[in-house]
Design a binder for this molecule. Structure first.
Ligand code: SF4
Ligand code: SF4
Length: 185
């Protein structure tokens, strides 16, 4: 996925130099991150998270703990940050009203600003920009539609999408990723 990417449950020993005590204060100034400091690590978010149920690595409680501790690089370079399905179950269930899903969105935005976007999402964004579709539809499938009498797929409108996304910093990472391999996914 991302260069030097790790998971939030990495067993790599944490060095003292990795802690950034100001990080949490940066996060609480951002829309969605305001209630981060209220987390008391009860674990309700993880126990109710549908992704955590199927992943050994994805733990929203751990992500919030890392953010609170100031483990900025670890959390922003983590592949698992991108597994959140944004279902908002954690936000609904948190007894402290921490907007968990929004904190994760804030962290993802910061990760994207720092160029830590998994290649799979860059590829998907490239497809949207080129065709208007989230993935390249194989020619074989298009032909199969014809043989089964299905109408042609509606044409995508990538020009409008490009216009909407003009000036969004994520774009430069997508554009810059063209030609990269998917080796690290
Ligand atoms: S449910 Fe809320 S308080 Fe409990 S660990 Fe998750 S974010 Fe923290
Ligand atoms: S929003 Fe993300 S972290 Fe929260 S429950 Fe859904 S998948 Fe899990």
């Amino acid at each position: 996925m991302t260069e030097n990417a790790t998971t939030t449950t990495s067993k790599e020993p944490i060095k003292a130099s990795e802690f950034d005590p100001k990080f949490k204060y940066e996060l609480i100034k951002m829309h969605g991150g305001e209630k981060l400091l209220k987390c008391y690590q009860c674990g309700t978010c993880t126990s109710d998270c549908p992704i955590a149920r199927y992943s050994d690595d994805y733990r929203p409680r751990t992500i919030l703990r890392m953010a609170n501790l100031g483990l900025k690089d670890r959390v922003l370079k983590s592949n698992t940050l991108w597994l959140c399905a944004a279902c908002y179950t954690c936000t609904d269930r948190c007894p402290q009203d921490v907007e968990v899903a929004s904190v994760i969105r804030v962290l993802r935005n910061l990760a994207a600003e720092n160029g830590c976007v998994p290649q799979v999402f860059k590829d998907q964004a490239s497809c949207i920009l080129e065709s208007g579709y989230a993935y390249k539809i194989p020619d074989l499938r298009i032909k199969k539609r014809e043989t089964t009498g299905l109408p042609p797929l509606p044409k995508g409108n990538p020009e409008s999408i490009r216009k909407i996304l003009k000036g969004v910093s994520f774009m430069k990472h997508v554009e810059g990723s063209k030609g990269e391999t998917n080796e690290q996914q």
